[in-house]
Design a protein around this ligand. Sequence first.
Ligand SMILES: Nc1ncnc2c1ncn2[C@@H]1O[C@H](COP(=O)(O)OP(=O)(O)OP(=O)(O)O)[C@@H](O)[C@H]1O
Ligand SMILES: O=P(O)(O)OC[C@H]1O[C@H](OP(=O)(O)OP(=O)(O)O)[C@H](O)[C@@H]1O
Ligand SMILES: [Mg+2]
Length: 282
Amino acid sequence: MLRIAVPNKGSLSGAASAMLHEAGYQQRKESKELVLVDPENEVEFFYLRPRDIAIYVSSGRLDIGITGRDLLLDSGAGAEEILPLGFARSTFRFAAKPGTATSVADFGGLTIATSYEGIVVKYLADKGVDASVVHLDGAVETAIELGVAQIIADVVETGTSMRNAGLEVVDEPIMKSEAIVVRRNGADADEPKVQQFLRRLQGVLVARTYVMMDYDCRAEHLERAVALTPGLESPTISPLHNEGWVAVRAMVPSREAQRIMDDLYELGARAILTTAIHACRL
Ligand SMILES: Nc1ncnc2c1ncn2[C@@H]1O[C@H](COP(=O)(O)OP(=O)(O)OP(=O)(O)O)[C@@H](O)[C@H]1O
Ligand SMILES: O=P(O)(O)OC[C@H]1O[C@H](OP(=O)(O)OP(=O)(O)O)[C@H](O)[C@@H]1O
Ligand SMILES: [Mg+2]
């Protein structure tokens, strides 16, 4: 049985379970369940704190896990990213009251509050900046108002929390994060059960970002139409009963679907349809 760590709380938890469910796996029905066995798929899910997941996976007790890229880096655990999952996207940034600092080089002698001490200490060391770091569990934005620190380093998604605390970001983002799949450093990359799990998640990612497009067009416009809808490998072309017309079928990125439909219509294509993809293996 493949043993997989899934976030039990926080920003990653709901989206990770939703993605696993879309990939055909059973998921727990209530948040107090700690372990769930899915015998049909030969998988066992362990619901763990997102921060602990890279540590469990690096110990070799669990085969793979879903966590955040920032949490993996912060843990310093011997685990590596094998698939980005496209949700819980954020940046990790420094912020301060306006006028405190314009770059990391100004942080010398100051105190920085963060829940991600591992990332911050390493970053400051790489930059050769001598600042103190104080660890807080959350609501880090308030640390400056309460005098615990002059700088914070925290997750920024929309920037609302920082703005509400009257802070502005300082310097470039330390890193970009999103949910990822991790496994132990150096573990066998070709393990069939792991490969099958990754293919299922990749199938969900593709189903979420592509739609299937069908349309009819005159044969003389085919090359221009295909340039608009090249598909992933190459579009399917079928003859229509009406001579001189063909039917085309190709996957297109959902974000571009409406623009492509407009362009195809301009080209003379008709009966242009898009349908959702529920699952796929590429
Ligand atoms: N507002 C957010 N938007 C996107 N990702 C976020 C956000 N807040 C936290 N994350 C991501 O979630 C992961 C941290 O999860 P964790 O459960 O430890 O904290 P949390 O989501 O802030 O939950 P809580 O504060 O309720 O414990 C990190 O990968 C982080 O980048
Ligand atoms: O840029 P924003 O869209 O405002 O999102 C970022 C905020 O979201 C998270 O906080 P959370 O609500 O999890 O509280 P916490 O700080 O206690 O973890 C994170 O720690 C930031 O504070
Ligand atoms: Mg939080």
